[in-house]
Design a protein around this ligand. Structure first.
Ligand SMILES: [Zn+2]
Length: 243
């Protein structure tokens, strides 16, 4: 990086997170079935994101994640709320926190967690927002939370990029383009048009999103530029559902 010291010193750890989210961890798929096709929205390499959150930079006593959490000055209503609740255990919410940081609402993380919006629920299409709505409204006046509905709507829109589908056999058999759950494809192409009934699609998928069961049937993953290590997968699809 060619920043001067003065420029770097005003660059906060939240700024660093947001720059990395956009420049390093966001994967923009390239569908080659139709020129300029945008049937596959961008998704996040959550493994890279989590590694960075867990890392301690040289000379720092706290992890990057903890430093980000300190910087956003999260709303707390009891001293029992601490970073361990966000970053550790079965009820962790690192991805929820990341999604909130993207929409500049990182300070709401404990309210979201308290409303059971957790990483393990993030890809649930039936994720309920009513408890969250009640809690945000309760804290609204004291903590100047503006526009509760916009916060919820933005989160619902943004969350899918943070929980792309893991590819297992069941998903490949029932794959649906245009569904809310995002497919972690870096590239997609048709390799064999069988004339009106079915076609073979070939996709490249980052290693982190391929199940062990599927991996057994694939060749060696290979380095694929900005996408990192990927595997190639082919599968049958009926043409009428193509983009
Ligand atoms: Zn497409």
């Amino acid at each position: 990086m060619n920043c001067s010291y003065a420029a770097m010193s005003s660059f906060t750890i939240v700024d660093t997170f947001k720059a990395k989210l956009e420049d390093e961890w966001t994967r923009t798929p390239n569908c080659q079935v139709r020129p300029g096709c945008q049937c596959l929205p961008p998704f996040i390499s959550t493994a890279s994101l989590k590694q960075w959150m867990d890392r301690k930079e040289r000379g720092k006593s706290e992890t990057n994640g903890k430093r980000v959490l300190d910087e956003v000055n999260a709303i707390r209503w009891t001293n029992f709320l601490n970073s361990g609740l966000v970053f550790e255990g079965d009820h962790s919410c690192v991805l929820v926190f990341s999604c909130l940081l993207k929409q500049d609402q990182g300070r709401l993380i404990y309210i979201f967690r308290n409303a059971n919006i957790l990483d393990k629920n993030l890809s649930d299409p039936k994720l309920g927002y009513n408890p969250l709505r009640v809690k945000l409204t309760r804290h609204k006046a004291l903590h100047r939370i503006d526009n509760v509905e916009k916060i919820i709507n933005d989160f619902e829109k943004n969350r899918w990029a943070f929980c792309p589908a893991h590819l297992d056999q069941e998903l490949l058999d029932n794959i649906r383009f245009g569904a809310k759950l995002l497919l972690p494809f870096c590239t997609r192409d048709l390799v064999n048009d069988k004339g009106g009934t079915a076609s073979v699609s070939q996709v490249t998928v980052p290693e982190e999103y391929v199940s062990l069961e599927i991996k057994k049937h694939l060749g060696e993953p290979f380095d694929f530029g900005e996408y990192g290590k990927v595997s190639t997968i082919g599968f049958l699809r009926f043409v009428e559902h193509f983009c």
